[in-house]
Design a protein around this ligand. Structure first.
Ligand code: PRP
Ligand code: URA
Length: 206
């Protein structure tokens, strides 16, 4: 399932990070804020369980999250979405997958993986601002499945139809969330209109 999370605040902040004149500080802040706003929608169907608590007045039945939440940013650019979501879900644990795209083949290279131990029963959110060919996200999801994860949501900001098709084909059970579905990829594999190289813009490396 693909959900394009459309909210005026998300659209406004997305416009800011698309602009080529937006610098590192504003890019970082707005990307984090977009992730936080998207998280509100993405967590809408999280299971809750009933518990009994004592308020200052009486004992009552109420609810708490029933599953652990694990965020897995794809390095590097996915790191720019973590704080926005942990601000909302401070109990979320954070794993990491390191992927970079070979510039010639566009094939993902996996260089790092470290996860918390409770993947099997957790809701796992894979974070990456860009879903281009879908190769990096597909490989990250494959790694997570091999580690036992079964409830996986892919949270990206800008996606290309090519990437969405790839994830639907490789991982049909994974829900995909985007803030925008763009036109497609250029000959270098960049999303158009997109926002350029998310990692470089986030970390000021170009
Ligand atoms: C970017 C982006 C995704 C990937 C998307 O990372 O953050 O991980 O490209 O492209 P794909 O869908 O075609 O795989 P990049 O490889 O530039 O690494 P970086 O985040 O370290 O800059
Ligand atoms: N990775 C990026 O950072 N940007 C794109 O447009 C495509 C892949």
């Amino acid at each position: 399932m693909l959900t394009v999370v459309q909210h005026p605040l998300i659209q406004h902040k997305l416009t800011l990070i698309r602009k080529k004149e937006t610098g590192t500080k504003d890019f970082r802040e707005n990307l984090d804020e977009i992730a936080g706003l998207m998280a509100y929608e993405i967590t809408r169907d999280l299971p809750v369980r009933e518990i009994r608590i004592e308020t200052p007045l009486i004992t009552c039945a109420t609810h708490e999250l029933a599953r652990d939440i694990v965020l897995v940013p794809i390095l590097r650019a996915g790191l720019g979405m973590v704080d926005g979501i942990t601000n909302l879900i401070p109990t979320a644990k954070v794993g990491h997958v390191g992927m970079y795209r070979d510039h010639n083949t566009l094939e993902p290279k996996n260089y790092y993986a470290k996860f918390p131990g409770n993947l099997k029963d957790a809701v796992v959110m894979v974070l990456d601002p860009m879903l281009a060919t879908g190769g990096s996200a597909s490989a990250a999801i494959e790694t997570l499945k091999n580690e036992g994860a079964s409830i996986i949501k892919l949270v990206c900001v800008v996606g290309a139809p090519e990437g969405v098709s790839r994830i639907k084909k490789d991982h049909p059970g994974v829900d995909i969330y985007l803030a925008a579905l763009d036109e497609g990829l250029n000959e270098l594999g960049y999303i158009v209109p997109g926002l350029g190289d998310a990692g470089d813009r986030l970390f000021g490396t170009k």
